[in-house]
Every structure is written in C-alpha cells, then in structure tokens.
Design a protein around this ligand. Structure first.
Ligand SMILES: [Zn+2]
Length: 81
C-alpha cells in the first residue's frame, strides 16, 4: 500500500515545481526579447512584441504577480480583523 505515498510525493514535487517556477518568474519576470533577434533584416521598425524595450515578460510572470497580489490582500484583510 505505497500507492498513496507515491502519489503524495509526486503531487508534492509538482507543487514544488510550480512554486519554484512562480518564484523564478516573480524575481526575474523579464528576459531578452526573442522576436528582436529575428528582426535584424527589418531594422528601424519597432518590435511588436517588446515595443523596442528588448525585454519581454516570461510566461507565468503575470500570474505570479496576480497570485502574490491576492495573497497580500488576503493577508491584509486577515490582519485588519
Ligand atoms: Zn523585441
């Protein structure tokens, strides 16, 4: 009867991976724009993806900030009580 333990540790690992990823994109939400590299021929035109900043948000960064905001709000509401 080790099935539950295996599932539990697998779930814990998945959760840890999600949390790790969330923390990673939260601390480093931006990366170098991939689309700029592909636009060497069309010099002078602004990149549609990063709008010339050469930085784009990592996938999940928006969600990580959204979750953080809701956690902060939950904490503040709890503290005000
Ligand atoms: Zn770009």
């Amino acid at each position: 009867m080790h099935d539950i333990e295996v599932i539990a540790s697998a779930a814990a690992l998945v959760l840890l991976a999600i949390l790790g990823r969330g923390l990673y994109v939260f601390i480093w939400p931006y990366r170098e724009c991939r689309w700029c590299r592909n636009q060497h021929r069309r010099r002078g035109r602004r990149c549609w993806r990063c709008k010339g900043t050469r930085l784009t948000r990592r996938w999940g960064a928006w969600h990580a900030h959204k979750i953080k905001d809701s956690l902060v709000r939950a904490w503040q509401e709890r503290g005000a009580d």
